[in-house]
Design a protein around this ligand. Sequence first.
Ligand code: HEM
Length: 450
Amino acid sequence: MTSRDSEASPLDCPVKHGRIPIYGPEFAADPGRVYAELRSHGSVAPVELSPGVPGMLVTGYDAALEVLRDPNRFPRDARRWQQGIPPDCPILPIMAYRPTCNLTDDPLRSRLRDAVTDSLDRVEPTVLREFVERSADTLIARIGPRGDADLLTDYAVILPLLVFNLLCGCPADLGDRMVAAIQEVLKWENSEEANMNLGLAVLELMALKRENPGPDVTTWLMDHPAGLTDEEVAHQLVMLVGAGSELAQNLIANTLRLLLSDDRFGGDLSDGSLTVEDALDEVLWVDPPLANFGVTYPVEPISFHGVELPAHEPVVISFAAANNDPSTLSDHRAGNRAHLSWGIGPHTCPAQGHARLLSTVAIEKLLDALPDMELAVPVEELVWRPGFIQRALSSLPVRFPAIPGAAPASREETPAPPPAPAVPVPEAPVPPEPEGWRRRLGRWWAGETG
Ligand code: HEM
């Protein structure tokens, strides 16, 4: 790696044409080939994160541990970096600074993280299981009579959103709007209207909970002794629901793909010797939902594993590549959970247990209900979404003998969420006109940070 003037704009990077791109359909089709090529440069290699945007990708397991455990040398604050990035850069919305625990450094990080982890820890596993089962039953009743489905859009995408509605204490009508807004926002079309609708729905939920607190994550965040401001609560909620639901969706979909295509898991699902938990672990090693993230921005150049890391240039952790680093890879993966797919260090995922339980129950419910399900296309024809951050399928078409039940629902219909938990729901107070930080929150995903 050539050392660079730390003051240069990222877009003027002199070596950008020598960098290996980690975006586009070619990368998505076979990221393992790209990781292997990058490894020939050592544990860290220069890449292009998006056209014209340079970064350094950490592919070595030990190097990844070192970065993730050293927040002083590898801080998260993206503000200096993003000054040189055009507002329409497609990766800006997810990388730009926000006042959330994953994108900040101490002391703010600790305050926000305490509120998030304590609130998540108050969720009882039995309650979570019941929410997942209820949501799964709703969706299975809709697709069962059809005989075919896209398990991504008809199941994996919607189920975590329904569960989050329940966890956040969202009443049914507001939950409907939250689901619709997040689905719209996650199309990544930067729709002003979708972003605004999501921001408004979150504010409405907070106003509702202020009037009528309940046993839910929204109330717990608002009441936490860390004393989060309204703005901070709103940002943590959008992060939890937006990021959490996408990652859970991809863990479910990637695991279903493996179960439906690999003989070790039965192929036809009925006589495989390995369990859903085994399949989940294998996906976490091989196709982790968060493939490349944990982005840090050294404030000064650092010599690291024989490479000069420029100041203010993103250092991205390849969880996917580090898990499969040949120098540390073990042959014995069964029961081995030493992968990095939940992160490690001060930003490690605080919802590992929740995400595992949610995904396992969601998959088991589906397999129990539709045991003769099979892929509707050869597994090689399944398409992965472009982009380096997530390992996410574009669709997961299946067919199965239709099961009797309710009349088949139209494919376009957004399912209504299951009934909200039994908390009194007053008339929703009219939310204030979004201005200032509220407007910025509404534009969360649009990367407008000013
Ligand atoms: C129930 C769903 C989920 C929720 C609510 C959730 C929540 C979070 C939160 C709040 C953080 C930031 C922690 C911090 O910076 O202090 C985080 C980090 C992380 N999560 Fe999760 N998560 C969920 C599911 C998943 C799934 C399915 C995966 C993939 C296996 C995952 C992988 C990660 C990783 C790798 C990090 C660390 C990223 C980094 O170092 O920047 N999460 N998660």
